[in-house]
Design a protein around this ligand. Structure first.
Ligand SMILES: N[C@@H](CCC(=O)N[C@@H](CS)C(=O)NCC(=O)O)C(=O)O
Length: 238
């Protein structure tokens, strides 16, 4: 049995976990039978001596995967594991070069893209989420308005979207023009544009790609993603 520890959007102060959404989308793409264990980030995951941190994930984060007692942490590792477990899913291309490229984009998302995302989260005014729940993740948020730094963070974030935009030129998907875990890693986080008031319209290839991902049933069933896309549309950012 496969169990995925997730934070779904209903009742969550931050509208759910995008990292766990990646794992849930990957699992849905495989057609695997799995169950979701929905966690409360404040009550279940954050207490230092709680069951989640002591027995499931010492980092107190989701996703965590339990496959017949085998425990795996980290969204990138979980997506790779799921893709290898279900090779017919095509979540990893069938050539070494294709797999290399898919993993390149998963790594790029988790490092280069996320660095810029976190810098922006650190400085962006908290508006559409619960402030204390959000600020607990960013203990070094400045308490005053840092306009210049915020502008630089937007520039850095825009640079990352420029890299992705160029990579998608003439391609439907991020790696070898074939849908993979690279698209899942990136799409789940690019959808945060609404919460960050980041305009995707100057990046037409990204907009088309997001709309392509939105057509897939695995993404339509992921409430974190559909909620984020709704906010993007409500704010006319796509
Ligand atoms: N590197 C980890 C990051 C996981 C992570 O930070 N997850 C967030 C949710 S998106 C979390 O669980 N935060 C805990 C909290 O808000 O207390 C991964 O990729 O799985």
């Amino acid at each position: 049995m496969i169990k995925l520890y997730h934070v779904t959007p209903e009742g969550d102060p931050l509208h759910g976990s995008r990292e766990a959404a990646k794992a849930a989308i990957a699992l849905r793409e495989t057609g695997a039978d799995f169950e979701i264990e929905n966690m409360n980030r404040v009550k279940d995951m954050r207490p230092v001596d709680g069951h989640y941190k002591t027995k499931i994930n010492p980092m107190g984060t989701v996703p965590a995967l339990d496959h017949d007692g085998f425990m795996l942490l980290e969204s990138a590792a979980i997506m790779n594991y799921v893709a290898e477990l279900f090779p017919d899913s095509g979540l990893l291309p069938d050539t070494a070069q294709g797999r290399g490229k898919a993993r390149q984009w998963v790594m790029w998302e988790g490092t280069c893209y996320c660095l810029a995302l976190c810098n922006l989260c650190m400085l962006h005014p908290v508006k559409d989420v619960d402030a204390p729940a959000f600020e607990a993740i960013y203990p070094f948020r400045p308490d005053a308005n840092h306009e210049k730094e915020l502008e630089l963070a937007y520039e850095q974030f825009a640079h990352r979207h420029g890299v992705l935009e160029n990579n998608l030129k003439g391609n439907d998907y991020v790696a070898n023009n074939s849908y993979s875990i690279g698209d899942i890693a990136l799409g789940a986080h690019v959808a945060l544009a609404g919460l960050l008031d980041f305009d995707l319209r100057p990046f037409p290839n990204i907009c088309d790609w997001m709309k392509r991902l939105e057509q897939r049933p695995a993404w339509q069933q992921e409430g974190v993603f559909t909620g984020d896309m709704q906010m993007i549309r409500d704010k006319n950012l796509i």
